[in-house]
Design a protein around this ligand. Structure first.
Ligand SMILES: [Zn+2]
Length: 193
């Protein structure tokens, strides 16, 4: 997944690395199936607040990297909205302060990417760029974009762009305007000098 994300990011001059080259397991039985934001009813422009599960998952410092500018990625068993599946078939979501309100400390302690691991694993070829897509949401400065599934001119991304709404195996690159926007606000992520 990181290799696939790197293929998309390298054209913008970024390299994605896994901290300590290790995935950190954690045990939180009540968070195996996470109640996520219902993206069929809200978007970033409406500045949603996180669900209780999202906040519980992301705010626990024991599960986060000690480096507060790292992006934390959480793999959970499944996603729920209410008692059912997410109406808009969300496979992964990025929670950051430029989209959500009510994050008490901000991206350094309350942000993250959450991935529905069973769903992605079950169809990996199609969804192998989902991490690249979500990292795009994390890295792009929303003030530059509004809807990050659309280009600078307001047109919905299609193949070969990785910010296409339904990312798939043909989604392989960012455009140059996106490269320029990435990490400009230095909030969730800071590159080494
Ligand atoms: Zn997206």
């Amino acid at each position: 997944m990181i290799d696939e994300a790197n293929k998309t990011f390298e054209k913008c001059g970024y390299e994605i690395q896994l901290r300590d080259n290790a995935v950190k397991p954690f045990s939180a039985p009540t968070l195996m199936d996470v109640h996520i934001t219902d993206w069929s009813t809200v978007n970033c422009a409406s500045q949603p607040t996180r669900t209780g599960d999202e906040a519980a998952l992301l705010d626990d410092g024991s599960r986060r990297s000690a480096v507060t500018t790292d992006i934390n990625v959480y793999f959970v068993r499944s996603f729920l909205v209410g008692n059912g599946l997410p109406p808009d078939k969300t496979l992964a979501e990025t929670i950051a302060q430029d989209c959500f309100s009510g994050m008490p400390i901000g991206d350094s302690a309350n942000s993250g990417i959450i991935v529905w691991s069973e769903k992605v694993r079950g169809n990996f070829k199609r969804f192998m760029r989902i991490l690249g897509h979500e990292l795009g949401h994390a890295m792009l400065v929303r003030g530059d974009w509004g809807d990050e599934h659309k280009n600078f001119f307001g047109q919905a991304y299609a193949a070969p762009f990785v910010m296409k709404h339904d990312v798939d195996e043909k989604s392989v690159q960012f455009d140059l305007n996106e490269c320029t926007s990435m990490n400009k606000d230095l909030t969730i992520f800071q590159g080494d000098p």
